[in-house]
Structure formats: C-alpha cells, structure tokens
Design a protein around this ligand. Structure first.
Ligand code: CA
Length: 690
C-alpha cells in the first residue's frame, strides 16, 4: 500500500471537510447515480431494451450458490490457488476492543475470527508484514498494527491454528516501506551494503526460527515490500539485489520448501519487464514475482493480466497479486481520512462503489492471475478487517468518538501511524491517524461481514443474487458556452449481474429550465428513469467551457492566416493518429536540427486570462526546449513543456495573464529547439477569460 496515496487522501479528506456545501462534482464525463441495492424484475421486460451481457465463462456444470451478489465462477481454479488476506493490523484491532461477527451475527473471539475466515470465507493464506523495530527510544509503538516479529507470531499462530498458511512480508525497515520510502532500520542506518546484507540475512534467519518455534506455518516469505524505487535504503539495482540475495539465502538455508517472493508495484508503468532482468543479472534466487494491484490506481485488469503473463512466459517465474482491494462505500468510518474517497482526482473506479463492485474487482483480479495457469499462484486482499475502532461515521457525538479512537490508535497501534512514528517517518509527523481503508474492508464499520467476505468461496462456485439495479448513468458532455447541447433520451441502467439496458429518461422540467448556458462551469441536470415500476434518479452533467479567444485554435480550418509560422518543418496536418481532438494538428518533423516559432496575436479587453495547449511527440533529444509563451506590453510569460512519447500529451498552461487596459495586444505562441529527427504535434490551443 502506498503511503503517499494515504497522505494525499487525508489531505483530500481535510479539503472535502472544509468544502462541505459546494458538493458539485469536479469535471467529469460520466454522470452517475449510485443506487442502494433493491430487487427488481428482469431487465428486459420493458420496451426498447438492449441487454448487453458481460462475457461469460464456458463452465459446463452450474455450481452457483444463492447469494446477495453475482459472481461468475472462475473455471479450473486449482485447489491450492491462494485466496489470501493481509491481516497485519488484526492484533492491534483486537487489542483496541474491535469486535467481529459471523454471518449469523455471533460475536467471534480471536481464534474464532480466523476459523471463520478459513471455514466460511475461504481464506487459505494469511499475509503478515514485519518491521524490524517499530518503536521510538521510549518504547512507544509507531502503530500501523505494531507489526514486529512478536505480533507476527501472535497473528501467525491464529492463522496456522485455523488451517491457513502464512506469508511473511519482511519490509526490512522500522515502518512502512513502499515506493515513496524504503528506509533502512535505525540500527542499520550507518551500515555499508555488505554490512546490511549480513544483518539482513541474520535477521531473516532469526525471525524464521522464532516463527517456527512459535508453531507458525510459514509457506512463503517476501524479501521486501513494494521495492520498486529502492530497498532498505539502497536505490542502485546492484545493491538492492545484494540485499535481496542475502534475504533469499537465509530463507533457502532455513527451509528449501518456503517460496521466496520479490514484490513490486505500479504495474501500470510497464516497468516490470525491465526489473526482472536485473534480478536475473545479479543472480537473485526467487520463485514468485509479486505485484500490488489496486484497480483505481493501476488501471484496467486487462493490462495487469498481460503484464503477469509476460513475466511468466519470459522469465519463468510464478506470479501473484499480493495486494489488492476495492471500496464498497465513499464513507469514512473512523474519522481518519481514507485513501479513496468521492471525487478523488486521478483515480478510476472501474467497478461500482458497492459490495457488488468489490466482488467484481476481486473476481477480476483473481481471474487475471488464474489466466496464467499453474504459474498464477493466487491473490491476497489487503487488510479486509481494518475497520473503525469505534464508528465515527454516524455517531451522535463524533468529536468524542474521534478522541476515543485517537487514544486507542496511539496506545494500541490500531491506526496507520501513531505520533511516536514522527522521528522515523516524516509523513507520520503530520498525518498520523486511524484506518485509511475502512471503506475497503470486507466487514462493515461495525464488524459484520459483507457479502464480499465470501468472494473466495464464490469464485470457485459462482453465485447468483436477485436481480437489482446497481447504477443509472448517462455520458456527460463538454461544450462551449452558448453552444447547443442535447439531452440524452435514455440512461444506461446497470444491473448487479453486469448487464446493461437502456431506459427512457423523464427530465425534470425545472432542472432543465435552470441551466444557464452562458456561464462557464458544470451543471447537473436531473431526471428520473422508471425500471419495473420503481423510479431511479439520474443526472446528466454538461460542462460549459468559456469562449476560446484564439482563432483556429485546433487547426481544423484551412485558413491558417492568423498563425505566423517561421519554418517549413512545421505545418497543419490531417493526421488522426497525432491529433488531440478533431482531424487536424500542427505537426513537425525534420531530418536536421529543429528550430521554429509559431504564434498569433489577439486584441483583448482588460481582465485575467489563461492560456494553454497540448503537445505530444518524441525523439527530440535530452536538450530539447519547448516553451509556451505570452507577450503583452512589457510582460513576457513562459511555461516550459516537452515531449515524451506518442499520444502522451503534455498540457502546459500560463494562468496569470493580467491585462489592465482594453484593446491590449497579446501575442501567444510556442518556441521550440530540438534534435534532428525529432517529431511531434501541437493541438487545441486555448485562451479563456477567467
Ligand atoms: Ca478512515
């Protein structure tokens, strides 16, 4: 789990709190109304329906069980496919008095909780993170579950007694290790790489001995956690691999049947095929190439599937998704902001934010691993039980609940970080608090299992639920101010079994009449959709962009007289593969060194303006210079930009153009110097009054 994300979320949460009241959604192309689950009849018994089924498996025998969720069976899932759970915070949760229940509402004791997960939920493997010395100089715990080796022994014993095997996730740090930080333990901080290797090997050996003596059935060991940008304070691959090898040797010497995993994240960046050769080159002996996969950060499951398959085919390693999770609600349970919340910029929710959506996300992650055949060994759900110590969400006295929670996070370590972690972890200094994933658990805020807690059973059998509407949506649009927009006639009605049908929308006349097309901004137009006698709300968002004050800004018109271009290596081009929008762009390429300027001059009234454009391209060399500029009076403003690769658009903006007199001439343009054989395209320049 990436702490940076947690911190961003906490910030977003704080901002959200301060912005209550202005709840209009940020620019979005999709207007969505989530619907509470409610049973309805079949989706195709009204007029004009087109039911689009999701791809289905080829299972010959229907083993589906009745449930509250739909889950498509994953065919040919082997009995030893790992359906695991990272339960690292559970001891601290128990110590804080958190209660858990079974499906019948019976309270579970500590061992009972693990037995329940194994017997009723199909969790066959427990993952436990381990920090070397997560305590300050006075012995106060950094929190985050207090995951030293003693805690691992407690959790590992419950898991083993329940029948689960155990994956030990050594961070080789005193607190969270992820791509934003890979700090060596305090005691090793002055060590050379070779000294660290010796310490790491001994520590691994000692820890495994302690776990064996405690009766913990360790089946797999992770050498490091999300070691994408570094490991144990080292950032060079050779040094990182020296340390991976030290850990690996310790495990092999201890028990050759224990699987060794190396763990990376950010699969969406496409770097895994570059990491595996380093491990090979430096002779790291490992069995499993493990990845985190959080759909809202790491993209669609199809690419995850392809990446895992590449690793299997090219490097002959086993693969697994060792961390995944998904939100079932936007609500925060404990008063400490969550990593994922409503309107979180940049994150993509491919599945419904619901228990059904959680099931869909987990099922697809497991299916991606299973697709790799025998080499795809399993998945782990991250922290399915890190729920509120006590529930802040609907409390009568939330401040008191928060204070109660805060004390327990500090004393018992049930929050992601305590204030005592501040000296070691500078993020903790500012943002220490509770659970950032209580809305991603497989238990509700009060400890009762959600239907998704049974997902590991359901992927083996399939599950069917009474049909219900899960979301009613329309595709929002973006238009210029004073431009015509059309209301859609139908909405997409999505059902919990994944089917979608189109239903007519009845628009609210007042809501339509209130739309002011002359003001830039986003409006949500309300309507209703009737599905089998039930009415469902639907919204359609229209984003009105301010008038673009540039002429021929996207090069769609043949008349290019408004643009001054000082070189013949750049010109208007009909090139759909290089446009940002429309059919034309301003394209450049040259066999010789590149240098050009393109500009246009407009006359403006006094006011504040923003200028921007889009640029893509490649092969322009390390010393290339791309500048967007604005000149008026004595002012000269610049914004640097550049190219990376095909269709990767940079969007430079100059947003501080202040014109004080009517009739001022403003010249805007771009200046470029780049290497020979460089290429690229500019498109969609804009200049808006703010
Ligand atoms: Ca929370």
């Amino acid at each position: 789990m990436r702490l940076k994300k947690i911190l961003t979320a906490i910030l977003v949460f704080a901002l959200t709190l301060s912005a209550v009241g202005c709840s209009k959604k940020e620019a979005s192309d999709n207007s969505e109304t989530e619907i509470a689950t409610e049973s309805v009849a079949s989706p195709d018994d009204a007029d004009n329906n087109e039911v689009i089924p999701l791809p289905t498996g080829t299972s010959s025998e229907d083993t589906s069980v009745e449930a509250d969720v739909f889950v498509e069976k994953i065919d040919n899932l082997s009995d030893d496919f790992i359906t695991g759970a990272d339960l690292s915070s559970i001891a601290a949760e128990f110590d804080s008095g958190v209660k858990y229940y079974d499906f019948n509402g019976n309270e579970l004791d500590e061992q009972g909780f693990f037995d329940f997960l194994y017997d009723e939920c199909g969790v066959n493997y427990a993952r436990i993170r381990v920090w070397v010395d997560p305590y300050d100089e006075n012995g106060n715990s950094y929190g985050g579950g207090n995951n030293d080796i003693e805690t691992a022994k407690r959790i590992g014993t419950w898991a083993t007694n329940a029948g689960m095997r155990v994956l030990i996730d050594f961070h080789y740090s005193d607190f969270w290790a992820d791509p934003s930080k890979q700090k060596a333990p305090k005691a090793w901080s002055d060590f050379s790489v070779d000294e660290k290797a010796v310490a790491l090997k001994m520590y691994t050996e000692d820890s495994l001995n302690e776990l064996r003596d405690a009766g913990v059935d360790v089946g797999m060991v992770q050498i490091g956690n999300e070691t994408t940008t570094g490991f144990c304070g080292e950032t060079e691959w050779e040094d990182m691999c020296t340390l991976f090898k030290a850990g690996s040797e310790a495990v092999r010497e201890f028990d050759k049947d224990i699987l060794i995993a190396i763990h990376f994240t950010n699969p969406e960046k496409g770097s895994y095929p570059a990491y595996a050769p380093y491990l090979e080159q430096y002779g790291v002996d490992y069995d499993v190439f493990a990845s985190s996969y959080y759909p809202y950060w790491h993209g669609e499951v199809g690419s995850m599937k392809a990446i895992l398959n590449t690793i299997v085919n090219k490097y002959g390693k086993k693969v697994m998704i060792v961390e995944t999770s998904y939100i079932y609600t936007y609500e925060d349970g404990d008063g400490s902001g969550n990593t994922e919340s409503e309107g979180k910029a940049g994150d993509a929710f491919y599945y419904d934010v619901s228990v059904q959506g959680q099931c869909d996300a987990i099922r697809e992650a497991a299916n991606a691993v299973a697709f790799c055949g025998e080499a795809g060994i399993g998945i782990f759900y991250w922290e399915p039980a890190w729920i509120p110590v006590s529930v802040y969400a609907d409390a009568d006295y939330p401040d008191e609940v928060y204070e109660y929670n805060r004390k327990l996070w500090e004393e018992k370590g049930s929050g992601w970080a305590s204030s005592y972690a501040s000296d070691y972890d500078e993020d903790a200094a500012e943002y220490y608090g509770g659970s950032a994933v209580d809305n991603e658990a497989l238990f509700d805020f009060y400890g009762h299992p959600l239907a998704s807690a049974k997902i590991y059973k359901y992927i083996r059998t399939g599950a069917v639920a009474p049909l219900s509407v899960s979301a009613v949506t329309t595709d929002g649009i973006v238009v210029g101010v004073n431009e015509y927009y059309g209301l859609p006639e139908t909405a997409h009605v999505r059902y919990n079994d994944g089917t979608i049908s189109e239903k007519p929308i009845i628009w609210d006349e007042d809501s339509v009449a209130n739309v002011d097309i002359s003001t830039p901004g986003e409006v949500a137009i309300e309507g209703t959709v009737e599905v089998d006698g039930e009415e469902y709300p639907v919204i359609f968002t229209v984003k009105f962009l301010a008038e673009n004050l540039l002429l021929n800004p996207g090069f769609e018109d043949e008349d290019m007289s408004m643009w001054v271009i000082d070189s013949d290596i750049i010109s208007r081009k009909d090139d759909s593969s290089n446009v940002h929008d429309g059919a034309y762009c301003l394209h450049f390429w040259s066999e010789k060194d590149i240098e050009y300027t393109v500009y246009q001059t407009v006359t403006l009234d006094a006011g504040e303006y923003v200028l921007g454009t889009y640029i893509e391209g490649g092969d322009c060399g390390d010393d290339a210079s791309f500048v967007l500029y604005a000149e008026y009076g004595d002012e000269s403003l610049e914004q640097k930009t550049g190219v990376t690769k095909w269709q990767e658009w940079d969007n430079p903006e100059i947003d501080n153009i202040v014109i004080t007199e009517d009739g001022t001439e403003l010249t805007i343009g771009v200046k470029v110097k780049a290497a020979a054989k460089g290429w690229g395209a500019w498109d969609d320049f804009y200049l808006y009054a703010k």
